[in-house]
Ligand binder design. Structure first.
Ligand code: HEM
Length: 324
């Protein structure tokens, strides 16, 4: 199996999410950074061993064709599918050619790496969305609930996120979907705690899950349980709260990795459209998605093998790709 990027790591206290678009003619610079990314990460991470600095890079569907023209494509790479739910819940698709998901126990490390990455990219990439996330009291989101407990860990997580034999050229890769959500915190906090707990499907203080026969069908965790052929399909999430008190912005940056985007897309369908139709996620009555992007996360081996090439024709040292 190819060496994957550091997708599955223990939760960190801080994160920076950078989404960028590639300028016309910027492809060579981007390939150069992708090929050198491991070294750029080491430059910062080595100075603070033990603080868990990692960075995952993802490439959007259209950008893939520009960066690696004529080369093979990850089988399931496509643009984010916009959703328009019957209850007025929208999941918009927004621009995004590149994602950098930077995590560490300390924000200064995330910030420094984000700075070095953007320095390398220069005018080749415009950052269209930048979110600095933090962990809030005992792993809670800004709705006040512990977020992440049902994430798979260890080999189960690896099996959920890393591509295997189903796409041999892209083994060790993954797909990631991100969405930036803004919460109507005034409306949420006006909701009595038992109602909030009903919306999530877990007790707020203890984090204990409601029994299935008590859980409301539109509770967030009921909606997001996807079972196919008797097997629960899982994703790995590393959501982060973010906000700005002065402007009253309170949000959750959703990020979900999976070896096929179909699982996360199924969850989004259930949340926004409802299954059965109309059974939409109660959390959406208080949370609005303002961004939505899908990226492919190549393996480290794949990134190392990228050939920088000329100004408009990249190549890969993997598979049967042309080398320009
Ligand atoms: C407003 C944004 C969101 C917030 C605040 C949020 C919060 C939470 C919380 C508090 C939990 C319960 C604890 C846990 O297991 O993590 C949870 C579970 C979960 N969420 Fe979200 N979430 C958000 C968006 C999403 C989205 C967009 C998806 C999928 C596309 C998703 C998928 C899941 C899954 C799969 C679980 C675990 C369900 C289970 O097996 O119990 N979440 N989320």
């Amino acid at each position: 199996m190819a060496i994957p990027q550091s997708v599955v790591v223990p939760p960190t206290r801080a994160a920076v999410f950078l989404v960028g678009t590639i300028a016309e003619g910027g492809e060579r610079t981007v390939r150069d950074l992708l090929q050198n990314l491991a070294g750029v990460i080491r430059t910062v991470a080595f100075r603070a061993p033990g603080d868990g600095l990692v960075c995952v890079a993802g490439v959007g569907s259209e950008a893939w064709g520009r960066l690696f023209p004529g080369g093979p494509r990850p089988r399931e790479l496509h643009p984010f599918k916009e959703l328009d739910g019957p209850a007025g819940h929208r999941a918009p698709a927004t621009p995004g050619d590149l994602l950098f998901h930077i995590r560490a126990q300390r924000m200064d490390l995330c910030f420094e790496l984000a700075r070095q990455v953007t320095d390398h990219l220069g005018d080749a990439v415009t950052v269209v969305d930048e979110v600095h996330g933090f962990k809030y009291f005992d792993e809670r989101d800004l709705l006040g609930f512990v977020d992440g407990s049902e994430n798979p860990t260890g080999p189960t997580a690896d099996a959920a996120v890393y591509i295997g034999d189903e796409d041999p050229l892209f083994q060790g890769g993954s797909y990631v979907i991100v969405q930036k959500y803004l919460h109507d915190l005034a409306a949420w906090t006006a909701l009595p705690t038992p109602e909030q707990e009903k919306a999530i499907g877990r007790h707020k203080f203890s984090n204990v899950e409601f029994p299935d026969d008590v859980k409301a069908p539109n509770a967030h965790i009921a909606v997001n349980t996807v079972v196919e052929n008797g097997v629960q399909r899982q994703i790995v999430r590393e959501n982060m709260p973010f906000g700005a008190v002065g402007s009253g912005e309170f949000g959750t940056y959703f990020i979900g990795y999976a070896r096929t985007p179909a699982v996360t897309e199924r969850m989004l369908d259930k949340m926004f459209l409802g299954d059965p139709p109309g059974n939409t996620d109660r959390i959406l009555d208080f949370s609005t998605a303002v961004t939505g992007c899908l990226f492919f996360v190549p393996s480290v081996d794949f990134l190392n093998a990228v050939t920088v090439g000329g100004s408009d024709a990249g190549s890969l040292g993997v598979g049967s790709l042309k080398d320009t």
